[in-house]
Design a protein. Structure first.
Lengths: 325, 616
């Protein structure tokens, strides 16, 4: 027990700051935390009752040295049976009422609502696509939202089952091919919140994180404007030529609402990550272009056999896709 | 040779024990590989694909090839003895059940050597598992291997039902049966109704994978969620199939080593039946995040919470069995005593998981992994270890070493909590399941995963000591009496080990805890219900093994029908389905032989019974 508590304390110390299901920064997450705490409280009570009886029994009725004879054989007790049937039922009712109430509340459909940001989410092996249907923006990896506003996502999959989870803000909803699922959430504080895929989907299931980036209303408007106005010309001429010549453009749209087999790279320079989970730096981008399978096993990003020169040019080009200028 | 042709429930029980232990060790190695890979962030001890194969095989092996067979070992060996019978209703089918499990298990595992193991999780969600586009040949072995192993389980379930309904000794009414027999009975009912859906699901998966069907092919009108429903209609009762016999073991051991009858016997029987019934009503709690809608989620949530009630009834009845008793802390009892708080911890996280909004956070996170390991390892495995120490003398005529047993227990138990308690926290701070690695930037993950892995090393040490105990004990001469624990049920009236015919004379049962009742009345033995006479025994047969082998061959035939073999002759054999049909023909011929050749068995004469020569 001591070791348990110790290991818990040691390991638990550092997690207070990040947003997690235990420390949610969104309204839905808070609702869920309430249920987590309520159920934990009720269950702790049950555990205490069981443990007290348990420890009493194994200490008090231990066979003593030299003790003989047959203890009284007790058939049972109706009273006790009723007690430990009725009390658990009452405890479960206490849990079931808010559970059912919140189950319905969280299932609210905001597809027709006005003051709600609507995003169509599609899970792919192994990245997330975000389409802001009312704003004409298609992007991937970074889900920008304004702080305090409800976000309503419709979630689909392009291939196998994935699951869209933002642990610091809300729960998850599965992305199942052939099905359109719905979920709403919000962020009450600005921040970069980790998103993860929570359904085994192949080799790089662990490597398809995304980010929910909650910003002020003004910053969100600015981001929308940036995304809707891509750079007119890029100075990285060689890189741009290679981008077309090597076939990148076939999978990676760079227009604001362009849909493609691979992630839309509009405004790529301002993305939080490269390949979903690596820091967006020259070093990692070069590694990704050089050997996709090494960075993300099972990825459908092809290795087109780029030379170091070509990689450098492409990196320069991709970082020129910077709409904030 | 006797072991390959035996139809004796006791030998078959020992075969299940051996097979189950082999796969338990294999599954344990897979667990160690998982924990080694997750010990440090961004480790490349195992690559992503291999990790997915290891995690899939860990779950599949442990549930289908370790837990089930180990429970079957005891159900097979002990239940006929507890009801005063000489064997199960269908000894031939019993053997067939073992060999199909064995060959099914081999088939699933041979995938390691033939291009890779299944890699879509033990739950094999479609379309990841059903489409060639998304997963490799390994999942063929999952579908076909488990289909074969599942046949064996279904057969055994039917066998136990027929045995318990028809072959109880005179005087043993249903309400005088020991709890282990009751739970075997109810678990067999669950098997009867839960395994056919699995068979159906596996057939659909096999047809999608091998015969271009489209049950799970979205573009062609199939449904991915369909698999989940079919799998979990099997999958949820399956975990109760596992835990109910474990509960039965707990009841036996608690009662014996408290020197008291089981408190609330009728409530315990009723609770078992209620748990079984409810277990078919809750499967969607594995699918809360599928988007089935709030009505479905709410209904299944309440049903799931309800299962806690009969389970709680059992816990309290065990505690009150010990209340007022004289508790002997043998190694078996130590495991049972540890089971109670540990299983309750697992059960309460189950109630927490039952709430859909909260489950939206817990689902597919390490919180769930912690929950089910608490109930499976802290529940079923501890009960199995208790059964091993409790019934070893009856099965093998030897007492396992108590000191070594207790040391093994403490290592395993402490390691278990170290490994799995902290996983609740990992889930609650956002670590998903089934990830082969994690980034160092996630605060707390590395430290907690390290603690979890350290616990695994303790568990491994414990398992080694358990196995060592068995090896050392096996090298010693037989030293066990018929009734080393001052037992209460019929198996303790027989010599240790048990003669092949079990009872010289079938006993007359006058009460619950039949043997204890006789002891309290001042008798040293049971009153016989029949005179001494020749005992009719079933003959051995090699046919069950060959039949199971036929399925095995046929399975390969179907899996490799379109394979591009280098050798033309071999390709011809597979392409033209000669291997697939041929395997089925082998099985069919055996069945025809079995039906047409009249084998009346043999008799053991009374003279042989009186002498000490006739042994198992």
């Amino acid at each position: 027990m001591l070791v348990l508590l110790l290991s818990l304390a040691l390991a638990g110390c550092s997690v207070a700051e990040q947003a997690t299901p235990l420390n949610p920064k969104g309204s839905v997450g808070e609702d869920q935390l309430f249920l987590i705490q309520l159920s934990l409280g009720i269950m702790t009570f049950v555990l205490v009752v069981v443990f007290v009886i348990f420890f009493y029994v194994i200490i008090r009725y231990r066979q003593r040295r030299g003790q003989t004879g047959i203890p009284k054989q007790v058939e049972g007790s109706h009273k006790l049976e009723i007690t430990w049937t009725v009390i658990p039922l009452i405890l479960l009712t206490i849990l079931a009422v808010p559970t059912v109430q919140k189950t319905f509340a969280l299932a609210k459909d905001y597809s027709e609502a006005n003051d709600v940001l609507k995003v169509k989410v599609t899970g792919h092996q192994f990245w997330w696509e975000f389409e802001y249907t009312d704003l004409g923006i298609v992007t991937s990896g970074d889900l920008y939202i304004p702080v305090g506003q409800k976000v309503f996502v419709t979630v689909q999959s392009a291939d196998v089952a994935h699951s869209f989870w933002v642990p610091g803000l809300a729960g998850k909803i599965d992305a199942i091919p052939g099905v359109t699922n719905k979920m709403y959430f919000d962020a009450k504080e600005p921040g970069v919140y980790r998103g993860a895929c929570a359904e085994l989907c192949g080799a790089s299931h662990a490597l398809m994180d995304f980010k929910v980036i909650a910003v002020s209303e003004d910053e969100f408007e600015q981001w929308v404007e940036d995304m809707q106005t891509p750079v007119a010309e890029s100075d990285a001429v060689r890189g741009q030529e290679l981008f077309e010549a090597k076939g990148c453009l076939q999978c990676h749209a760079i227009t604001p609402d362009g849909k493609s087999m691979g992630p839309n790279l509009n405004n790529f320079a301002n993305r939080d990550r490269v390949a979903s989970f690596r820091p967006n730096t020259e070093e990692w981008l070069a590694k990704w272009l050089d050997d996709p399978q090494e960075v993300k096993p099972g990825s459908t990003m092809p290795d087109v056999g780029l030379t170091q020169d070509e990689i450098d040019a492409l990196v320069e080009y991709l970082y020129s896709l910077d709409n904030q200028q | 040779m006797d072991w390959l042709t035996t139809v004796d429930h006791k030998k078959i029980g020992i075969l299940y024990l051996l097979g189950g232990t082999l796969f338990f060790v294999l599954g344990g190695i897979e667990a160690m590989l998982i924990r080694l890979q997750l010990m440090f962030p961004e480790s490349n001890f195992l690559d992503a694909q291999t990790y997915n194969e290891v995690l899939t095989m860990h779950g599949t092996t442990m549930i289908f090839l370790a837990a089930m067979p180990l429970l079957f070992a005891f159900m097979n060996f002990i239940v006929p003895l507890q009801i005063g019978a000489r064997d199960v209703a269908f000894p031939f089918v019993n053997a067939l059940g073992f060999w199909t499990f064995f060959f099914g298990g081999i088939m699933v595992n041979v995938s390691w050597f033939l291009g890779g193991a299944p890699d879509a999780g033990w739950t094999a969600y479609t379309p990841l598992s059903s489409s060639e586009v998304f997963s490799g040949k390994g999942n063929d072995f999952y579908a076909v291997g488990l289909q074969i192993a599942g046949l064996g389980t279904l057969m055994s379930g039917i066998n136990f039902l027929a045995t318990i309904i028809n072959m109880r000794a005179p005087g043993m009414t249903f309400m005088r049966m020991p709890l282990f027999t009751w739970t075997t009975f109810v678990s067999s009912l669950l098997i009867l109704f839960a395994f056919p859906p699995l068979a159906v699901g596996l057939f659909l998966l096999t047809f999608d994978r091998l015969f271009d069907a489209n049950f799970f092919e979205i573009g062609a009108g199939g449904s991915a969620v369909l698999w989940q429903h079919i799998f979990w209609i099997f999958g949820h009762p399956e975990v109760y199939i596992l835990i109910l016999p474990a509960f039965g073991i707990i009841s036996e051991v608690v009662s014996t080593f408290s020197k008291k009858r089981l408190f609330g016997y009728s409530s315990m029987v009723f609770a078992t039946l209620l748990i079984a019934f409810l277990s078919f009503m809750v499967w969607v709690h594995h699918m809360f995040t599928d988007g089935l809608g709030p009505i479905a989620n709410a209904l299944f949530s309440v049903a799931t919470m309800l299962i806690a009630v009969p389970t709680g009834i059992k816990i309290f009845n065990w505690l009150f069995t010990m209340w007022g008793g004289q508790i002997r802390f043998t190694t078996a009892m130590l495991h049972v005593v540890a089971f109670i708080p540990t299983f309750v911890m697992g059960g309460v996280t189950g109630v927490m998981l039952a709430s859909p909004p909260a489950d939206f956070q817990y689902h597919d996170s390490y919180f769930v992994v912690a929950h089910f390991h608490y109930v499976i390892v802290g529940g079923i495995v501890l009960a199995l270890f208790a059964a091993v120490f409790y019934w070893w003398p009856k099965m093998f005529g030897r007492m396992l070493n108590e000191t070594l047993g207790k040391l093994a227990f403490w290592l395993f138990f402490i390691g278990f909590h170290l490994t799995f308690f902290i996983q609740h926290i990992l889930g609650l701070i956002g670590m998903q399941r089934r990830i082969f690695t994690y980034l160092a930037e996630h605060e707390g993950w590395a430290e907690m995963n390290l603690v979890s892995t350290i616990g695994a090393f303790f568990m491994a040490a414990g398992v080694i000591l358990y196995v060592l105990n068995i090896v050392i004990t096996s090298l010693k001469p037989r030293n066990a009496s018929a009734d080393p624990w001052d037992g209460r049920t019929l198996e303790w009236t027989l010599p240790s080990p048990v003669p092949v015919y079990n009872f010289k004379q079938l006993p007359l049962v006058r009460s619950l805890d039949a043997f204890w009742a006789e002891k309290m009345a001042g008798n040293k033995e049971m009153t016989p219900a029949e005179p001494v006479g020749p005992i009719h025994m079933p003959s051995n047969s090699i046919l069950p093994l060959i039949m199971a082998f036929g399925f095995f061959v046929s399975g390969f035939g179907f899996m490799y029908a379109k394979h591009d073999f280098a050798n033309d002759f071999v390709r011809m054999l597979f392409e033209n389905h000669i291997v697939s049909i041929g395997g089925l023909v082998i099985t069919a011929i055996c069945m025809i032989l079995r039906s047409l050749i009249d084998d009346p068995g043999y008799h053991i004469e009374p003279e042989e019974l009186e002498s000490k020569g006739v042994k198992a």
